[in-house]
Design a protein around this ligand. Structure first.
Ligand code: ADP
Ligand code: MG
Length: 171
C-alpha cells in the first residue's frame, strides 16, 4: 500500500507526523529514507510532538541512537548515516522491536537504506523535496506487512477526514 501526502513547509511535515504519531502502537517500525536535508529528522520531531515527548528531538547523527521515554510510547530514534551496512548488524537494532530487553515502543530509523536485511513489517517514509525554489515536500508512505498496512490505512483515513487528499496540505 502506498500513500502520498504533500507538505508546504516544515511545520506541515510535522503536522502530518503528529497525526501519524497518534495512530502508532507499540512495536511500530518507521523506516525513513531520502537525501540529507530532505526532512527525516524534521518528521521525527513531529512524531515526538504527537507522542507528547517534551524533550526536544535532535538529530542522532553522532549519537546513533537516542531514546525518549517520557511520551505516550518510548521512541527509539536511530540514524545510520555514519555507518556502512556491514556495521549496522552489530547494533542489534532488532532488540528494539523484540520487546524483551527494551519496552516496546516506536522505532524510527533514518538512513534505513543502510539496514543490511529487509524487514517483514514496517512503514517506509520518504520526504521528497519537489523543487529548490520551495519548501514543499511530497511524503511517500509505503507499508509492508499486516500491522503497518493497517497503520497506513488509518493514516490515509485521517488525512482524508482532514481534507489533505489529494495533493492538499494540512494547516
Ligand atoms: P534530514 O534528517 O532528512 O537530513 P532535516 O529534517 O534535518 O533533514 O532537515 C530538513 C531541513 O529542511 C530543515 O531545516 C527543515 O526546516 C527544512 N524544511 C523546509 N521545508 C520542509 C518540509 N516541507 N519538510 C521538512 N523539512 C523542511
Ligand atoms: Mg536527519
Amino acid at each position: 500500500m502506498q500513500v502520498e501526502l504533500y507538505a508546504v513547509n516544515a511545520e506541515a511535515t510535522q503536522t502530518i507526523a503528529e497525526v501519524l504519531a497518534q495512530l502508532l502502537e507499540p512495536g511500530a517500525i518507521l523506516l525513513l529514507k531520502g537525501n540529507l536535508g530532505s526532512g527525516k529528522t524534521t518528521f521525527v520531531q513531529g512524531l515526538g510532538r504527537g507522542l507528547n515527548i517534551k524533550a526536544g528531538i535532535t538529530s542522532p547523527t553522532f549519537t546513533l541512537i537516542d531514546e525518549y521515554h517520557c511520551g505516550r510510547l518510548p521512541l527509539y530514534h536511530i540514524d545510520l548515516y555514519r555507518l556502512e551496512s556491514s556495521q549496522v548488524g552489530s547494533l542489534h537494532l532488532q532488540e528494539y522491536w523484540r520487546g524483551a530487553d527494551f519496552p516496546l515502543g516506536v522505532v524510527a530509523i533514518e538512513w534505513a537504506e543502510r539496514l543490511p536485511t529487509s524487514l517483514q513489517d514496517y512503514l517506509q517514509i520518504e520526504p521528497i523535496p519537489l523543487s529548490i525554489d520551495t519548501d514543499e515536500r511530497k511524503i511517500k508512505f509505503s507499508a509492508r506487512g499486516e500491522a503497518h498496512t493497517k497503520l497506513l490505512e488509518k493514516l490515509a483515513d485521517a488525512a482524508t477526514s482532514r481534507g489533505w487528499q489529494p495533493r492538499s496540505q494540512p494547516g
